[in-house]
Design a protein around this ligand. Structure first.
Ligand code: CA
Length: 222
């Protein structure tokens, strides 16, 4: 999953980027509203963390702009303490949730998981694909009850494919949702990760979950 952070407090943005990358997310950071709006309009994100008070263009204006253009990316707003009017107008303008500064990183992660699983229609942290289960909170993966150890990036790939199960995902789409804008899109790194994932979740089983769609990409079937 790829996250866009729009936050002008550099120390906070740096901490969030580092923490989220450790959780396996790909993270883009914009330090002012103009860059944030540009990235929100032009780069695919699975979730946006948007500060309200920003230089150049404020967060509320960005929110209205992207919703006006039909971009449905979940938005988690960051508001100053007790700024009730910000929360109300933010939610009215298309934000999905908000956090009041200062907030705990654990709470941010939990709220992000809620927003990211909305399209799966799953109400808990557990996603099941046939006999494969993954827990989006603990990153525990099991097949037929047996634990499978994945690296952070392998897990991120599996989770993105699980959330988009039965949909063919091109290499470009997978790369765009697993890496930030600094990554070279021409790389065949996705093929390498797919191969590692297959070794871990499919090799011992007759019922293959990772499907190659020739010329189109990959799909998790279930
Ligand atoms: Ca700010």
């Amino acid at each position: 999953m790829r996250i866009l952070i729009v936050e002008d407090e550099k120390s906070l943005a740096d901490i969030l980027k580092k923490g989220l990358e450790e959780e396996g997310y790909a993270v883009d950071v914009a330090c002012n509203g103009e860059d944030g709006q540009h990235l929100a309009l032009n780069e695919p994100s699975d979730l946006m963390i948007l500060d309200i008070m920003l230089p150049v263009i404020d967060g509320m204006t960005i929110l209205k702009k992207i919703r006006g253009q039909g971009i449905k990316t979940p938005v988690l707003m960051l508001t100053a303490k007790d700024a009730i009017t910000d929360k109300v107008s933010g939610l009215d303008s298309g934000a999905d949730d908000y956090l009041t500064k200062p907030f705990s990183f654990e709470e941010l992660l939990a709220r992000m998981r809620v927003l990211l699983r909305r399209k799966t229609e799953v109400k808990t942290t557990l996603i099941a694909i046939k006999d494969l289960t993954l827990d989006t909170a603990t990153h525990e993966v099991k097949r037929r009850g047996k634990a499978i150890v994945l690296s952070a990036k392998e897990y991120a790939l599996l989770e993105y494919m699980a959330v988009n199960r039965n949909i063919v995902l091109s290499r470009t789409a997978l790369t765009e949702h697993l890496y930030d804008q600094d990554f070279d899109l021409d790389s065949n790194v996705i093929d390498v990760f797919i191969s590692r994932l297959r070794n871990k979740i499919d090799r011992e089983f007759d019922d293959k979950l990772v499907i190659t769609m020739r010329g189109a990409g990959y799909m998790l079937r279930g």
